[in-house]
Design a protein around this ligand. Structure first.
Ligand code: ADP
Ligand code: MG
Length: 411
C-alpha cells in the first residue's frame, strides 16, 4: 500500500516584506555598506525559506510528531499539508480527506455559530447532513460547549474554541488529522482527553495523525515517528525517543538563541527583554545544578525616550510540558526598578538551593510597566538542570518535580 502522506522536497519561501513592510532609511544604507558589491543582496535579504527540501512519508494509521523550536517551520508545514498555503516548490500528496486543527482562526467561520460550524466542516469533508447529524451529539458531548452551540464562535473563549475545534476534527470523517499546538490552549484535563481520543482514533479507526507539540511526553507516548525541524530543515527523523532526546539534549543551544529573533512575544514592546543568561556556581556551562545556587541574568531595554520608573520583572520556570513550577517576580519584594530613556538595565535573580530535579525546563520571562504588559516571552530559554546531590545522600528519587528539604524521624 502506498503511504497515505508523501512529502517530497517541499519548500516554502516567504518574503520578509510581507511581515516587515517597513525598512528604515538607516537600515538600507547600512545594508549597502555591508555588502556594496552584491547586486542580489537586497533580494536575498527579503526572502527566506520557512521550509527547505522537506521529505518524509507517513503510513496509514501512524501518528507522526513534529517538534522543534519556535519559528522552525512546523506550522508552515501543516498549512502546506492542509492546502491553506501553496508550497514554493516540491509536493505533498495526501491520500485521504483531511481535517485540520491549526492555529486559532482557521477551520471555523467566526461569524457562524458552533452548530453551523459543525455542519460547515462536515460539508467541507463531503459528509451529508444526515451523516453529520449522527456525529453531532458525540461532538457536542466531547467539546462540553452545548450551552454555547447557538453563539457565534467569535464570542467563544480560546479554550472553548479549541474544545469545539478538536471535537469536530476528531469526530468527523476524515482519514488524516493535522493538529497544531493549539491543544496547549486547553486545560490539562481536556488535553488528556484529547490525547486519549487521538490514540483511539489511530488504534481503533486506523486514521492517520500529524501532530505538532511542545509536550515531549505526549509526543513520546503517542507518536510512531518524530520529525525534528529547525530553520525549515529536517534535522532528524526517526523513533520518538531518539529524536526527542536529541532535541532536548541538543537544544541546550536554544538558550543561546537570540531573544531578538523571537517573534512570538506579547506586550506593548516599549520595554523589551534583550538577553537572558543562566549560570551557576558549580560549572561554567549555562545550566543549573539541583540544590545549588543558580542565577538568571536578565537584561531589559527601554525603547522609548521616556523615563520609566514603575517596572516589574518576573520569570517563571516551567516543565517542558508547560506545567508551571516556580514563579519569581520583583514585585514580591517591592523592588523599585527604573529605566532611563533609551537605556538598558541588568537584573539578576538568585535562586539558592535550586529545588528542581535533574531534567530540562523552560524559563518564561515578562516585563510590566505601571501594571501593563510590555514584553512576555513564553519558553524564552531552555535550561538543563544537572544532578547536584540535593539531599546529600547521593540519591534522588525522580518524578517528584519540586524538591524540598526534609528529614524523617521515628517518633
Ligand atoms: N505569512 C508569513 N509571512 C512571512 N513569514 C512567515 C509567515 N508565516 C510564518 N512566517 C515565518 O516563517 C517561520 C516559520 O514559522 P512557523 O511555521 O510559524 O514556525 P513554528 O510553527 O515552528 O513556530 C518563522 O520565521 C515565521 O516568522
Ligand atoms: Mg507554530
Amino acid at each position: 500500500m502506498k503511504p497515505i502522506i508523501e512529502v517530497e522536497n517541499l519548500s516554502k519561501k516567504y518574503r520578509l516584506g510581507e511581515i516587515q513592510p517597513y525598512y528604515s532609511l538607516r537600515d538600507d544604507i547600512a545594508n549597502l555598506f555591508r555588502n556594496p558589491f552584491s547586486k542580489n543582496n537586497e533580494l536575498e535579504k527579503q526572502e527566506f525559506w520557512a521550509l527547505k527540501d522537506v521529505s518524509f512519508k507517513v503510513d496509514q494509521g501512524e501518528v507522526l510528531g513534529v517538534i522543534g523550536p519556535n519559528g522552525a517551520g512546523k506550522s508552515t508545514l501543516l498549512k502546506v499539508l492542509s492546502r491553506i498555503t501553496p508550497p514554493s516548490s516540491g509536493k505533498a500528496i495526501l491520500r485521504g480527506r483531511v481535517a485540520s486543527l491549526l492555529e486559532v482562526g482557521t477551520g471555523f467561520n467566526p461569524e457562524l455559530t458552533g452548530r453551523e460550524n459543525i455542519y460547515l466542516n462536515g460539508a467541507i469533508l463531503g459528509m451529508t447532513r444526515r451523516e453529520i447529524r449522527k456525529k453531532f451529539n458525540e461532538i457536542v458531548d466531547f467539546s462540553g460547549v452545548e450551552q454555547f452551540l447557538d453563539t457565534p464562535v467569535k464570542r467563544y473563549s480560546s479554550g472553548m474554541y479549541v474544545r469545539l475545534a478538536f471535537a469536530v476534527a476528531a469526530h468527523l470523517e476524515s482519514e488524516i488529522l493535522l493538529i497544531d499546538e493549539v491543544l496547549s490552549v486547553g486545560d490539562a484535563e481536556f488535553q488528556k482527553k484529547c490525547l486519549g481520543k487521538m490514540e483511539s482514533i489511530t488504534k481503533k479507526q486506523g486514521r492517520t495523525i500529524v501532530f505538532i507539540s511542545h509536550n515531549i511526553n505526549s509526543v513520546k507516548s503517542l507518536c510512531y515517528k518524530v520529525i525534528l525541524l529547525e530553520n525549515g530543515i529536517i534535522i532528524k527523523i526517526g523513533n520518538p525517543k531518539e529524536v526527542t532526546d536529541y532535541y532536548l539534549f541538543g537544544v541546550n543551544k536554544a538558550s543561546k538563541v537570540l531573544l531578538s529573533d523571537r517573534k512570538d512575544r506579547r506586550g506593548n514592546g516599549k520595554i523589551k527583554l534583550i538577553n537572558i543568561k543562566l549560570s551557576n556556581d558549580e560549572n561554567k556551562i549555562e545550566q543549573f545544578v539541583s540544590g545549588k545556587t543558580c542565577y538568571v541574568d536578565v537584561e531589559i531595554e527601554n525603547k522609548e525616550n521616556i523615563l520609566k520608573n514603575d517596572i516589574e520583572v518576573a520569570i517563571a520556570i516551567n516543565k517542558i510540558d508547560g506545567t508551571r513550577l516556580l514563579y519569581m517576580g520583583t514585585k514580591i519584594f517591592n523592588m523599585k526598578i527604573t529605566l532611563k530613556p533609551l537605556s538598558n538595565v541588568k537584573l539578576r535573580c538568585i535562586i539558592p538551593d535550586l529545588p528542581l530535579e535533574p531534567d530540562n525546563y523552560y524559563i518564561s520571562a515578562e516585563i510590566m510597566e505601571a501594571g501593563s504588559l510590555e514584553d512576555y516571552i513564553n519558553d524564552a530559554v531552555l535550561v538543563a538542570v544537572k544532578n547536584g546531590d540535593y539531599y546529600g545522600t547521593g540519591k534522588i528519587w525522580p518524578f517528584s518535580g519540586i524538591l524540598s528539604k526534609y528529614t524523617w524521624q521515628i517518633s
